[in-house]
Design a protein around this ligand. Sequence first.
Ligand SMILES: [Zn+2]
Ligand SMILES: [Zn+2]
Length: 135
Amino acid sequence: MHIDGACHCGDITFEAEVDPDKVAICHCKDCQALSGAAYRASVLVSSDQFRLLSGEPARYVKTTADSGSKRLQTFCPRCSSPLYGGSADDPSAPLMIRLGVVRQRDELVPKKQIWTASRQSWIDSLQSIPGTEGQ
Ligand SMILES: [Zn+2]
Ligand SMILES: [Zn+2]
């Protein structure tokens, strides 16, 4: 599936070919902090199927405590939208594009959840929380 996207301010644009079955929600504490949200949804893409069209993402590298691997996070230096994650050690490793910056995100339905041990307790009752269509 062909997708394209942009950060909130529009400086950074990209396109990619993704498998719509490779969409996951991550509930880990890093994703909660790095996204500023309760969880993060991403779609996997092989690095050769991702093309940056404009802009230069800022990079943040976190060394994982248990394995020592270096995880790369990218974001827009102007508007701070998270863009994608990957391996800082291996540029040929797959990337995880953050769904919030993908234009076709409504069509990319998550197929699995990981790190559910740190999932926010209220996620299962989201439907029962009162909502309005606008603000
Ligand atoms: Zn931006
Ligand atoms: Zn995570």
